[in-house]
Structure formats: structure tokens, C-alpha cells
Write a protein that binds this ligand. Sequence first.
Ligand code: OGA
Ligand code: CA
Ligand code: FE2
Length: 476
Amino acid sequence: MELKLSVRIPSRQEVCRMLALFIMMSVVQRVQPNDVVQENLKLYQLDPVAKGHVRLFEADPGRILRVETKALQPPVFEIPDFLTPEECEYIVGRALNEGLYPSGVNDEAYYNSLANSEDTDEDDVDTTEEDSPTDEETTSGVFNELDVNNDMVLDAEEVLAVLNTENTFLRPKDVLQMYSDLNLDPDSDGWLTLDEFMILVSNDRLMDVENWVWKRTGHQENRIRESKQAWLGQPGPAKDPILANLQKRVVSLTKLPETIVQWSEQLQVVRYETGGHFHAHYDSNELDSDMECMRNGQTGRFCRFMTILYYLDDTLRGGETAFPIADNGTYSEKATKTEIYDLSQHCHDANLFIKPEKGKAVMWYNHYINQTTGWMGDLNHYSLHGGCEVLEGTKWIANNWIWVDDSYDKHVEHLESVQKALEDDDDDGRGTEETKASLDLAVPQEVHAVTDLQKELDELERVNVHGRRHHTNGEL
Ligand code: OGA
Ligand code: CA
Ligand code: FE2
């Protein structure tokens, strides 16, 4: 059967009207997500207001703390005394009890064995050259891709784009050292031409390069992360009263549904010794509909909506948490990519760094909120951050990562699977009562009685800003 559609070309007025309607609709969607999304299905994000803004927060009955805005992009907040000294000591004690193991790399033993064998095979560097390139066309394609500034030579920074991987952190000077150790840059000018690059990627030289890099990764300064860690408890409502109280406190600070907070990751406790560090990185990944969120140790990607980091002890020197590009993407115009990420040697070049102090919490959002759905939005690229090198003493932190799936439906699906798993597991102490509650994603109501104090504080802030302006005028 044949369907006949009569198509009429719309008049200009009609097109204009349709366009106007379309624009109006998109504006309404953008500025009033409440119309589109039910209030209780939205994620909440604390408004940073302004740098230096202080809001009050009742951590426990009668214990009122200051939440200070440190950056707007990403929103970063600092909360001194979020944990009591006793709570800090308790968490450290539990981590020690649990046993700490090296962070990030499961093949630590392998790195160490390579590092130890370093001296023995130093001399068998193969100096024979000119193996035929694997595939000339592919190689020159790769060369062109790496040659970001199109000057037909690769500088050390450009080569680092392939050498630095998940665990490895090499600097340009390391690349030059490698050229010299492996005789990869015969004219020693520090640049690789296409011909020199062809040699580097030829079969037997590539092995040398890989071995060289593996060995280097055995040194702590050439690792992305140098620390030890332990995970406490398991996801779900904490049974331990101290951790349960902490979960409650996080709920009232973040104003997120209790079930989101409870069914996030366990606390990750981290210890950095002197020399320890964690170069700049993102805690979360880009949204990706083709890959599931990694929940409970499965493979997948990180879906860490926000990070709440606790300092569990005072660090003597160094160990700041740094946000190299917070509040603007410029950093320093002269800085190379490696320098921006390098929190051993460029910690204080960061736009924002926060000093570790026992009990203090730092909280930031790794993702935006999607204004249309009101749920988890894109990764916020300004949230790049890390732990500066500890210069003296030991640094203890705990990461409290809040997990949110890409969509409300996905999140509910996850909670349902958790619920089912718990119901199937008869031996689990957690009853179905608690798991039923896990499907409740309603946003909690404001319960704090700090409104009057907050008003006073806001007034003070207003007067201060006013006063400061006068003061500056007077000085000029
Ligand atoms: C982390 C992290 C920062 C710090 O563990 O993911 O970014 O100050 N730590 O240790
Ligand atoms: Ca180049
Ligand atoms: Fe981090």
C-alpha cells in the first residue's frame, strides 16, 4: 500500500513562529529545570556563592562549623574540624588494623624487581640500529599525531604523550636521559626527527624503550601516585557507629539523599610517607553511555559525582591538596603539560592549594549538574587536582567518594541490584528493611537551626566587603 503525504512548504511567518517557540522552549528548559524534572529526582549541589564565602553547618547537635568556599570552578569548600580528633584517630586505627597496601598499582612487586635488577643489565643496551620500520605509513601517521605543533620534530613533551601512562610520570629530562642511555638521538639535539622516531619504534628498540620506562616506574618520583591505602567496611549503611555518624554528617552537609551517600564507595584511607605524592588527576571519568559505572569492584569507569577528602592528621611540611587550574584554565602561560600535573616540583604554582590539618575536610564536585535532567552532568575539567609531595612527616587522608550513576534510572537499577544481592545473601547482617530504604532517593529536608547565626555572618560578610572597598579607596 502506498502512503501519500502532502508536504506543504511553511510560510515565512510560520517558520518564524516555530523558531520562536523552539527558542522559548529551550530557554524554559535551560533556566527552569524544575518544570522538566521532579524536584525529588534532582541532584543537589551546594552553591559556592563567592570565593571566601562562609556558610555555617551544624555537624552534630550544637557543633557548628564553617564551610568556606575556596574556588567556584570547580566548587571547592574547606571545612575545618569536620572530623573530631578522636574520629581521625579511630579511622587511622581501623586502616592500620585492616593493613595498608601500595596504592594504584597491583604489580608493585614487578616494579620493585625491575628496579633491583637495574644494575645488572645496564650494559646490554643494544646499539645496533636501523631495523626496518614496522609499518612506515602508520609510523609517520603516529609521528604526525604526536607532533602537536607541526614543526616536523618531536620534543620531549610530545614524546611524553606516549611514554606517560596510568602509573608512569616521566619528565622531559627523563626523556633526554633515555635518549642518551639508549642512543636514540645520535645528534643529541633533544628532538626526534621522523627518521629517528622510526628507529625508536622499530621492533627491538621499542622493547628497550619499554624496559627503560618500566624500570623508571620503579622509582617513586616517576610514579603518578606514591602512597599506601586501605578500604574500610563495605558500601551500604555503616554498621560501625562512628562511620554511621559520619555518613549522616555527610548527608546533611551535601544535602544528597541518604541512600546515595550510603551506597557510594567505602572510605579509602591513604598514607603518604615523606616523598609521597599524587600527581594531578581526575577522580571521575567522562560520561559514556557505552561503559557502565564501576560499582563495587567490577570493571568500568569511575562515576564519582563528588569527593569529600578528610585530613586525618597534621602533616609537618608539604602534602597540600592542589587544584592546578581551579577557577581558570590559564595556569602559567609558560607551563608545559608535565609541569601542570607535576605536584612534586610545581605544587605552589597551582591556582589553589589546601593545607592538610587534622580533622579538616575538603569537598568538591567532579561533575556539573545537567541542567535539563537535573542529574549527573559532564566531568568538570577544572576539577583536576592531586596531592603535593610530602616534604616532612607523614600525611594521612581518607577519600569519601560519592557515586552517582549517569541517569536516575540507572541509579535506581543499581540500587535494585544491590537490594537483590542482599536479599539473596541470608547471612548478611543488614536486613531487608534497610535495603528497602535504599530505593528512596528523595532529597532530605533542611533540618538545621543555624539560620540566625548565618544571617549574622552574611551581614558581617556584606559589611566587610563594603568596608574593604572603602579602605582600598582610602589607600589609593
Ligand atoms: C586522591 C587525591 C589528594 C591528596 O586520593 O584521589 O586526590 O591531597 N588526594 O592526597
Ligand atoms: Ca614538534
Ligand atoms: Fe583525587
